[in-house]
Design a protein around this ligand. Structure first.
Ligand code: ZN
Length: 217
């Protein structure tokens, strides 16, 4: 077993990950993520493929189609972070990402091709979440990912929807008539929370302050 995902001596991949050697990238992943997470290693190759298909000097944003692991690869290797608003999570539950020109939306989407994983049972079982997680040999998995490198990654041209582009007009903020908090006016007549998208159990009724346990001063 190799619980920390150390890369074995037999792995010699002459690929780079966004300008870093594979070994440098894996060290960065460990420092950032605590261990060599397989999803981040594969994600590094994906970011690298996407970057190579963007025209040089493109000012880009990123869309990540899963909130797990892959956003950290994007944040580690590109200027796009959740905090600066250049990384958007659209949770489709898919291990895929796009980098796109931030004003016009022309971009490249990269994803893992399942058919290309079929010849690699260790990768296939991990990617398709087969079998118990505890029985997975992380070291073997990371080695397998490093060995296949970018060969299992596909890319396609995409045009990103306008709502993800910079420079679109915002109508500013408004006060939600139901919860009395401020929200982006583009979201509709009431805030997204009051439209049912709040992640809390209590439904918002006629007195949302009571539902949220807010005490009036
Ligand atoms: Zn509201």
């Amino acid at each position: 077993m190799n619980p920390k995902g150390e890369i074995g001596a037999r792995v010699r991949v002459s690929v780079t990950v966004a300008g870093l050697s594979l070994e440098e990238y894996v060290e960065k992943v460990k420092a950032f993520h605590g261990y060599a997470a397989p999803g981040m290693i594969l994600g590094g190759f994906m970011v690298d493929v996407a970057l190579k298909h963007l025209p040089e000097n493109t000012l880009y944003d990123a869309i990540c189609e899963t909130p797990k692991c892959l956003p950290d690869a994007i944040q580690l290797l590109t200027p796009c972070t959740l905090g600066n608003g250049w990384l958007h999570i659209v949770n489709l539950g898919k291990f895929a990402l796009s980098l796109y020109e931030k004003r016009r939306g022309e971009g490249v989407r990269v994803f893992v091709s399942p058919s290309k994983l079929e010849g690699f049972p260790v990768l296939w079982n991990w990617f398709m979440k087969k079998g118990p997680k505890e029985e997975r040999d992380l070291g073997r998995l990371v080695e397998a990912i490093c060995e296949v490198g970018p060969s299992v990654i596909c890319h396609q041209r995409v045009q990103v929807q306008e709502k993800f582009l910079k420079g679109r007009r915002h109508r500013g903020f408004a006060i939600c008539p139901r919860c009395k908090e401020s929200y982006p006016a583009d979201d509709g007549p009431v805030c997204l929370g009051c439209q049912g998208q709040a992640p809390y159990e209590e439904p918002l009724g006629s007195n949302p302050k009571r539902h949220y346990g807010i005490e009036e001063d």
